[in-house]
Design a protein around this ligand. Structure first.
Ligand SMILES: *Cc1c(COP(=O)(O)O)cnc(C)c1O
Length: 349
């Protein structure tokens, strides 16, 4: 096969990922700290994330679908993997074959597992107020789960990133379920839930976004490090006379004779148009290059007038710290990571 180099790369910091997990594990107190690696590890690459975290001591991983689970085989030694969306009728072959547990999320799924799960252990999701996935509290406490081999009983917080009364309400509901339903372990907190305090940790926490550099709440500030650094290669640097426009719609006009760097990245790579006109930019060897004009599908322009000897083939590092970029773009920290496209070569350093 011909070696082809990609003009986009996602530089990924293994040490920062592991440091984030260790901080979340310490904040989880006596509870074990797992990792949500759904959506391909929030876009970073689930397999690599799982191996780096497993090497650091993480034992419990969560994906959304059976296809995601199958793509992670074989699992590292001693690692447990659960599928958050549970088992549909078409998932039963995968569910009986793979060394993975379903997180049963409805009475129908519970019935399906009783009938065809061959007595294997499972996890169960109880909905304590989000109205997304899971048995209702009264369903869970009605005896519907009696006799199941439940490894982990889960619930998920809807508003943990806010100071909302809903958090205490869900906590109380989860405690009641815990009294009534027997499982080996109980798990409630995602990244933001870990920040809410020890009451929310139970036996196992399930952070996602904070592992990858997202700031779930103020309590995490100063502790969570950036993990993902999108980089793009410059295709050409152009001289643009004062008064000429750049890009579709000529939304940027050169205020002086300018140098403009055109780089290999666009909205097809997840770098959406809402990033433009937000003061976002990139850096090269300590120089700051403001983003200018409209983002194209595969191209993007920067004002390189003050960027010294920058030229074709140089790599720009995008401003992509998640909390700041989220505020500027109006996208969530989750969207910023999971939107990064397949054209980025993922490189762990
Ligand atoms: C995605 C997810 C998590 C992780 O949430 P973050 O907010 O990314 O920490 C935990 N539990 C469940 C059920 C999830 O769907």
């Amino acid at each position: 096969m011909i070696e082809v180099s990609s003009p986009l790369r996602l530089r990924l910091d293994r040490e920062a990922l592991v440091a984030n997990w260790r901080w979340l594990a310490a904040r989880s107190g006596a509870a074990a700290c797992g990792a949500a690696v759904k959506a391909d590890g929030y876009g970073l690459g689930a397999r690599a994330v799982m191996h780096h975290l497993a090497a650091a001591g993480c034992r419990d991983f969560f994906v959304a679908t059976w296809a995601e689970a199958a793509a992670l085989m074989p699992l590292p030694e001693g690692v447990s993997l659960s599928v958050l969306h549970g088992v549909g009728a078409s998932d039963m072959v995968a569910a009986r074959t793979l060394p993975v547990r379903p997180v049963l999320a409805s009475l129908a799924q519970v019935a399906r597992w009783r009938e065809a799960g061959e007595g294997r252990p499972c996890d169960v999701m109880v909905d304590t107020g989000m109205n997304r996935l899971g048995l209702r509290v009264e369903e869970a406490m009605s005896g519907a789960l009696d006799g199941l081999r439940i490894e982990t009983l889960l619930s998920h917080l809807a508003s943990a990133d806010e100071d909302s009364d809903q958090n205490a309400g869900q906590l109380a509901a989860f405690r009641a379920v815990r009294e009534a339903v027997s499982a080996r372990r109980y798990s409630l907190a995602n990244s933001a839930g870990i920040c809410l305090g020890a009451d929310y940790a139970f036996d196992l926490t399930r952070p996602g976004i904070a592992l990858y550099g997202g700031m779930p709440r103020v309590e995490a500030e100063g502790h969570i490090r950036q993990v993902a650094y999108p980089e793009t290669r410059i295709l050409q640097v152009r001289d643009v006379p004062a008064g000429e426009g750049v890009g579709y719609g000529a939304t940027w006009t050169a205020p002086r004779a300018s140098r403009v760097a055109i780089a290999n990245m666009g909205y097809a790579d997840g770098f959406l148009r809402c990033h433009a006109a937000t003061g976002a930019g990139a850096s090269w060897q300590g120089h700051v290059l403001p983003l200018i004009g409209r983002v194209s599908m595969d191209l993007i322009a920067f004002d390189a007038s003050d960027a010294g000897a920058i030229g074709e083939g140089d790599w720009l590092t995008l401003d992509y710290d998640l909390p700041g970029t989220a505020v500027r773009s109006g996208l969530s920290q989750y969207e910023l990571l999971t939107g990064l496209g397949a054209r980025f070569e993922r490189i762990w350093i």
